[in-house]
Every structure is written in C-alpha cells, then in structure tokens.
Design a protein around this ligand. Structure first.
Ligand code: ATP
Ligand code: LTN
Length: 333
C-alpha cells in the first residue's frame, strides 16, 4: 500500500436539536453516504452545537441515539466511516478555544445563521450561539478535512473556517488543511412545504418531512403543500417556488432529471403530481424508518459503534491539537 496516496478526508455533522429531515437528508446525508467509497469519512453527531439553544436533557440524549441509528439506516457504514458523538472527543472544545482567539468579533457578527437564530431566540442570545461557527471550524480542522458536505445554508460557516485556518497557517506555517464546502447540485436547499420562500426546517413540523414520518403523515403533508394557481408542473423557482421545490424533492428522491420529471407530468395537474412526489419520498424513507426502528432496539450495538468511533476520532484529533498547542507556545505536559 502506498501511504503517500492518502485518501481525501471528509468531515461533517448534524445537530441532534430535532429529528432528521428530508432537507438534511437531501442537502447533506445523501452526499455523506455516496462519499464513503472514495473518501476517508468522519461523521459526527454535534451535540455540543445543539446546546447553543436550550434543550431538554432527556430529549437530547434520546435524539442523539436516534440520530446514530438513522445515520446507519441511511447507509453510513461504521466499518468504513468513523461515526461518533462530538461531546465524547474533548479536543473539539479545546481547539475551539484556541481558534476563538484567532477569530474576529466582526466576522462572527456577520454570520447569517447567528442573525436568524438570535431573532428566533431573542430572550436567550448566548455567547455559545455567537461563537458556534468557531466550534464548527474546530470540528472540521481537527480532522484535517479536505471537504465538508453540507447544504447551501452552511457554506458561509465553511468559508469562515477556511479564513480562520488560513490566518492560523499564515502565522505558524502549514498546520491546517483548508477545507472546501461540498454542496450538492440537486437538493442543496429544500424549502418548506407550507412556505416555499423559507428553508425546510425542523422547527416547522407541518412544512417539514421527517425521515421517521409515517407514510400517512408524508401523504398529508404533500397534499397540503403550497403550490400556485396554475396547473403546469414546470421548474421555475422564482415564478413557481412551491412546484419547483416539489420537483426538486421528486428528482432528488427518485434520481430523475428535472426535464424527465416535467415530461412525465406534462398535461397532468397537481392532483396527480403531489401524490407522486409523496410516493417517491415514501419509497426513500420507509426502508430507512424500518431499519432505524430496528437498530434503536439494539442499544448495545449502538453503544459499541459510538465508543469505537470516539476512540478512532480522538486519535486523529489528538494529533492536530498537539501540533496546535506547540505552535501557539504551550509547554508540553
Ligand atoms: P434548522 O434550521 O431546522 O435548525 P439546521 O440547519 O440546524 O436546521 P441540521 O439538521 O443541523 O439543520 O442540518 C444538517 C445539515 O443539513 C446541514 O449540512 C444543512 O446544511 C443541511 N440542511 C438542513 N436543512 C436543509 C434544507 N432544507 N435543505 C438542504 N439542506 C439542509
Ligand atoms: N453548523 C451545522 C452543523 C455542524 C457542522 C459541523 C456541519 C456543526 N459542526 C462541521 C459540518 C461540519 C448546522 O447547523 N447544520
């Protein structure tokens, strides 16, 4: 084996702040699954990010476990990829502290997600919510990731991570790999079914499809999806945001192209189109739901996965943190 031909490394994470959605699947998880063959992948359940807004502790624990089961059910293979829980690897918090000292207040103030979330949680705008992108940069840089598969909304955070890494390297030499965001061509921004001007978000249960929704719920949600007063199934995000979003979902779920889908529904109204989208989504989610439910019953198996994942992750993380501590001038213990 040629050790110089190291596979490129991938890192990404999802917060267990709610159930996994069709948006997070199409924007991120689907790429995570596809990248496993070619890359060296590290995938995380970022529970430390989740506490930037108030969580119920028992619920957070349950969701983190359920998320691990759903990761595996979606096709993440613990033999191929490292699957772990962020709070199990202390180097995330340690590197975040250092990186925070190389990040400008002004840079963090410009983050769109901070501006949105601080409006949504106006009574609890914490320092953690503000410095969240620094922790995310630490997640990525600890593993020297080359690429970060995320939805379009996270591009700004990955770019900030690059800026921080570039600045640090500029002072101390090549410490960090500069990561690229990897954003899928189809499905990077799935919109709410109830309000297609907004991103599909887990905080809006009716506009949002969850991977663990029952077929009845999925059919109901698509039936109620907002469209327009025309009847033609045509991709036109500015003029027909609702229908275009449904087309995106249909194509991402079924693997068809937009042209093929438009041709398939030519001359047919929304009464045929909407149930077809629901069926395509159910065909995607039902096997995931069944497998995740089965895995949830096997706690011992899931515990084994996250324990060995944390061990493997920590080995990599330790190496980077040691280098960083040395560079900034801390005495080795
Ligand atoms: P919310 O806004 O609901 O709190 P979030 O962005 O915190 O959601 P996560 O589940 O943490 O959602 O996001 C996980 C991944 O899924 C990220 O890479 C994010 O970019 C992607 N993602 C989330 N929602 C969507 C969406 N509607 N369309 C495409 N990708 C999405
Ligand atoms: N900020 C992301 C979640 C996240 C992440 C990461 C994504 C935390 N750390 C590292 C990619 C890489 C979100 O809100 N969806």
């Amino acid at each position: 084996m040629e050790s110089s031909e190291r596979k490129k490394r991938i890192f990404s994470g999802i917060q267990p702040s709610g159930e996994l959605t069709l948006g997070s699947y199409m924007g991120a998880l689907k790429s995570w699954v596809n990248m496993q063959e070619e890359y060296d992948c590290v995938y995380c359940i970022v529970d430390m990010h989740a506490i930037t807004v108030r969580q119920n502790p028992a619920e957070l624990r349950r969701r983190a476990m359920a998320q691990l089961a759903q990761y595996i059910a979606c096709g993440l293979d613990p033999e191929k990829s490292i699957l772990f829980i962020q709070s199990h690897v202390p180097q995330h918090a340690e590197l975040a502290w250092v990186l925070g000292c190389y990040t400008q207040f002004g840079e963090l103030s410009r983050m769109t997600q901070f501006k949105q979330k601080s409006q949504q949680h106006a009574d609890n705008i914490t320092a953690g919510l503000f410095t969240y992108p620094v922790l995310m940069a630490a997640d990525i840089l600890l593993y020297q990731a080359d690429a970060v598969p995320v939805g379009a909304d996270q591009k700004q955070h990955v770019e900030l991570c690059r800026d921080i890494a570039g600045r640090f390297n500029g002072i101390y030499g090549d410490v960090f790999t500069l990561p690229e965001p990897f954003i899928p061509r189809m499905g990077a921004r799935i919109m709410s079914l109830g309000n297609p001007e907004n991103k599909m978000s887990k905080s809006d249960p009716e506009g949002c499809v969850f991977l663990m929704d029952s077929p009845e719920d999925i059919r109901r949600k698509f039936k109620r999806a907002v469209t327009d007063s025309e009847t033609s199934v045509r991709f036109d995000p500015a003029g027909k945001p609702g229908v275009s979003n449904l087309l995106t979902i249909y194509c991402a779920a079924s693997g068809r192209t937009v042209e093929a889908a438009e041709a398939e529904f030519a001359g047919q109204g929304y009464g045929v189109f909407k149930p077809a989208v629901a069926d395509a989504v159910i065909a995607l989610t039902e096997p995931i739901r069944a497998e995740a439910s089965r895995l949830m019953k096997d706690r011992t198996y899931l515990e084994g996965i996250y324990r060995s994942g944390a061990e493997r992750a920590e080995q990599l993380a330790r190496r980077t943190l040691r280098k960083v501590y040395k560079k900034v001038g801390f005495i080795e213990r």
